[in-house]
Design a protein around this ligand. Structure first.
Ligand code: HEM
Length: 474
């Protein structure tokens, strides 16, 4: 039984020894390291790392306990855990926005912002998802060598620029947004590494560019806020909605700093994630021609010659399954980190106050007890209404069968801190795949090794080069 406990009745969880060894392993290829530890030690593993004590939790039941049932016993403020204080606060970038705030303040903000992500709102963005994807693909030529990581980042950045700020990708504002914060420089590069806080204080060129970019971006957001205030207050973009939002109890608006932090949070959290999901989808489709063919058949059948609308999404079941399965194998966010506010007991093991609890979808998504043939890319796992010919495949519908543990799959997290943009990004992703797939298929570049790099997000380390081929008849 799981219970809150202050008495040391529970045992320590099993796990490896060697704080330095763990530190090096995590700095190298953390996902293989963590998956190996789960295989060796089970669903709760104690990993002493540097000055910290990590607890890797990988079973859906215990994950549910931490993220949902007992979420109030945990904080997201993990950088203040342990003696080392060695994670660079993401708040350097996100301020006190939704991803980084905590406790009662977070609950109040979440209540305020949640309505902006209701289904009707997302339906309103459907046109932007399709039009922007169509714009991006219209610049490609048959035989072009493309980096799909870059292309998909352009696409998803254009989508947030339009939905959040109502600006197009070729505007000055969007250009600043695109170039302002070099993504892989400064604190974001180091967040999951030891002593990141200190590394980001060094007078390095990358750090300098990063902090200058942050200032430019801040100025732009304040300028856009001032413009919105001079308008009629009826704008449908997210920034207008943030400015118009009022607390249900007090009727108070957010102050300017808070609107800024929430806008930057949505901008940053809302594009690289979906870009990764799409890039990984193309990586997998490139290596599974039968899955790609089936997706193209579906797109041709559902759309013919036209752009997708939001109403088409439920009929694009295979395309949706491709994206969903890509996020199983390559979850775009590395994981959820929590700090226990008091000693906690999980499966008879003591999880000490102020330790670092890590929940890594990559590890849970590869558990062979939850996922038959876990390494296999098999979109058919997700089919609710398969074709008769699919019946012979035992994997068909497996992931959506009744009685499955809900948190066997959690690329968007779970509980009160679950991703607020999950429906937004799933809809955007399916519509982007469908729009692009009307005309294009992509060949992998022979001999190019695609490696996942896990640093907050999981992205292809050196990009995803492909050759674009215009589909026959398209
Ligand atoms: C494939 C795309 C995406 C993935 C995989 C993803 C993943 C996640 C995950 C795992 C969390 C939970 C972190 C935790 O519990 O510690 C999260 C939170 C969040 N995401 Fe996403 N996300 C995606 C797209 C988006 C988009 C499109 C937006 C906004 C437009 C967004 C905004 C946020 C925000 C604001 C939070 C913090 C929510 C809170 O704590 O209340 N995300 N995301």
């Amino acid at each position: 039984m799981t219970q809150l406990s202050t008495a040391p009745v529970a045992t320590d969880a099993p796990g490896p020894t060697g704080r330095l060894r763990a530190l090096l392993a995590i700095s190298g290829n953390p996902m293989d390291y963590f998956t190996g530890l789960r295989d060796q030690y089970g669903p709760v593993v104690h990993i002493p790392v540097g000055f910290r004590d990590f607890y890797l939790i990988s079973d859906p039941e215990e994950i549910h306990e931490v993220l949902v049932t007992s979420h109030r016993n945990f904080s997201k403020a993990t950088m203040s855990a342990g003696r080392g204080k060695w994670a660079a606060p993401l708040s350097v970038v996100f301020g006190n926005g939704l991803t980084t705030s905590d406790g009662e303040f977070h609950r109040k903000q979440r209540r305020l912002i949640q309505p902006m992500f209701h289904h009707e709102r997302i339906a309103g963005y459907g046109r932007a998802f399709a039009e922007i994807s169509d714009d991006i693909q219209s610049g490609w030529k048959d035989g072009d060598r493309l980096d799909m990581s870059v292309e998909m980042t352009e696409l998803t950045l254009a989508v947030v620029a339009r939905t959040l700020f109502d600006v197009s990708l070729d505007s000055d504002v969007a250009r600043t947004i695109r170039t302002a914060m070099p993504r892989h420089e400064g604190p974001l590069r180091w967040d999951s590494l030891p002593f990141a806080r200190y590394l980001s204080m060094l007078p390095l060129a990358g750090n300098k560019r990063f902090f200058e970019g942050r200032e430019r971006l801040e100025a732009i957001v304040y300028q856009l806020m001032a413009e919105r205030r001079q308008g009629d207050g009826q704008g449908a973009d997210l920034l207008s909605l943030l400015l118009a939002a009022r607390d249900a109890d007090t009727g108070e608006p957010m102050d300017d700093r808070q609107v800024h932090d929430e806008a930057i949070t949505l901008l940053m959290a809302g594009h690289e994630t979906t870009a990764n999901a799409l890039a990984w989808s193309y990586h997998l489709l490139g290596n599974h021609p039968e899955a790609r063919e089936r997706m193209h058949e579906e797109i041709d059948e559902v759309l013919g010659d036209r752009l997708p609308t939001i109403e088409d999404v439920p009929r694009l079941a295979w395309t949706d399954a491709v994206l969903t399965e890509a996020m199983r194998l390559y979850p775009p966010i590395m994981g959820m980190a929590r700090r226990p506010l008091a000693d906690f007991e999980l499966r008879g093991h003591r999880i000490p106050k102020d330790s670092f609890v890590a929940i890594l979808p990559w590890v849970t998504h590869r558990d062979p007890e939850l996922w038959p043939q876990p390494e296999l890319f098999a979109p058919q796992r997700w089919l609710k209404t398969p074709r008769p010919a699919d019946a012979a495949d035992a994997l068909t519908g497996h992931a959506v069968a009744p009685g499955r543990p809900r948190l066997a799959y959690l690329p968007f997290g779970a509980g009160p801190r679950q991703c607020i943009g999950n429906t937004f990004s799933q809809t955007e992703g399916v519509m982007a795949l469908a729009t692009v797939g009307r005309h294009w298929e992509f060949e992998p570049v022979p001999g190019f090794q695609v490696n996942p790099l896990a640093r907050i997000t999981i992205r292809p380390e050196h990009g995803l080069p492909v050759t674009a081929r215009r589909r026959r008849g398209a």
